[in-house]
Design a protein around this ligand. Sequence first.
Ligand code: ZN
Length: 175
Amino acid sequence: MLESTADVVIRDGKVVIFNYVLRSDEGEVLDESEADDPMAYLHGADNIVPGLESQMSGRRVGDRFDAIVPPSEGYGVRDESAIRVIPREAFPEDADLAPGMELVVEDDEGDLTPIWIAELRDDVVIVDLNHPLADQTLCFTVEIIGIRDATESEIEHGHPHGVDGEELDEDDEDE
Ligand code: ZN
């Protein structure tokens, strides 16, 4: 049976399309979705920070709300020991490294972890494993634009394939 839009609430297995503005607790705009390019995520798949995902549950299309997310439910509490010094030659020779750049590394288990370049020195690269927004209280203003069922391949991949579910991503190209 089809649900009418008004009955559809955000829960696991739904793809949610939303606009947002993210501010620091001092009111500085840190990030926002483009007016004609809303964000899509798969609810229940850890696509967005846990403190925002939990406040999305049960919302409906048209809902607008503010969500305050503490660091522990956002990008984490900064860990000063999570700094690594890596020889420059461990990076691809043609990589155009710059401070602030985000890279994704694969660990021994094959999990992908983002890292950030903190500083370049002669022969070494100082790498920070903390997210740049670690320690920040995140103040989101959210508007729910759409809610739909995830497709089978979206559930399998654990992320949405664009607003309409038809966008291909790099995972799909591997198949
Ligand atoms: Zn995919």
